[in-house]
Design a protein around this ligand. Sequence first.
Ligand SMILES: Nc1ncnc2c1ncn2[C@@H]1O[C@H](COP(=O)(O)OP(=O)(O)OP(=O)(O)O)[C@@H](O)[C@H]1O
Length: 263
Amino acid sequence: MEQARPSVVDIQGLGFSYGEARILHDLTMAVGPHEVFAIVGPNAAGKTTLLRCVERVLSPRAGTIYIDGRDLKSLSARDVSRRVASVPQSHTPAFPYAVQDIVLMGRNPHLGAASQPGPHDVTVAQEAMDELGIRAIAARPYTQISGGQLQLVLLARALAQEAQVLLLDEPTAHLDFRNRHLVLGRIRDLAVRRGLTVIMTVHDPNDAMQYADRVGLVSGGALVALGTPQEVLTADNLGQLYGMPIEVLTDGTRHVIVAGIGS
Ligand SMILES: Nc1ncnc2c1ncn2[C@@H]1O[C@H](COP(=O)(O)OP(=O)(O)OP(=O)(O)O)[C@@H](O)[C@H]1O
C-alpha cells in the first residue's frame, strides 16, 4: 500500500482578520515535499494574506499552521527563516547593494550571530544565481536592474536560503514569456530534485494548469476547491470564480484556459 506523504505545511482552520475585517475563513489545506501547490483566485481574494500567515509575518485569528509537524507559533524567528523562504509580490530596493550581495543575504539564517558569510555561503549564492541565469548581473547595483531581473534576484535569494518551504507571491508577474516558463519550469524542477514544498499564487490559471501538482481556488478568503489542476481548473469552477464565461480547450494531453468564448 502506498504510504501517505507527510505534510510539510499543514494549515488547519486558518482564520485571519485585519482589524474588524475578516479576510480568511476556516481554511484547511496541506502541502507535502516535492509538491508545487498553486493558489488561484481573483484580486483581493486573500492569497497574499494566506502566504503571509504561513511566513508568520501575520498572526492568524484562528486555526493552526504546522511546519514539519511543529506549530509555527512555537518556532523562533531564526527557525522560521531556516524553514520558510518567500518572494514577495513587490519589493522596492532602497540601497544600491550589488545583486550578489542581495542573494548572499539569503544565507543570513544560517550564519552565527555577527559572523560573516564563508566560502560555502558564497558558493550557494552563486549556484542560486546560476540556477536562474543571472550570474552576468551579479556585480550590478540591484537598484539599476529591470523589474523582471529583480524578480529573478529575489528568487535567487530565496533559493540561497535553502529552506524546505518556498512561498512565491506571483513569481512571474514581471517576467517575459520566456523567463516566465523558464522560472516556473525551474521551480518545478527544484521541487522535484530538492524535495521542496512550493506554494505559489498565480494569476493566470494556465500557469497552474501547466506547472502545479495541485491547485487551491480561493474566493472571498475561503478555499472553494482543492485538487489536481484538471480536477479544479474546470470551465465551471473558473467561470464561477471570475464571473465570466471560460472555456478549457484540450487536445487530449494539453489543456489551455481561454476567457470570454461565446460571450
Ligand atoms: N494591510 C492591510 N490592512 C487592511 N486590509 C488589507 C491589508 N492588506 C490587504 N488587505 C485587504 O485584505 C484583502 C485580501 O488582500 P490580499 O492582498 O490577501 O489579496 P490577494 O488575493 O493577494 O489580491 P491580489 O490578487 O490583488 O494581489 C483585500 O480586501 C485587501 O484590501
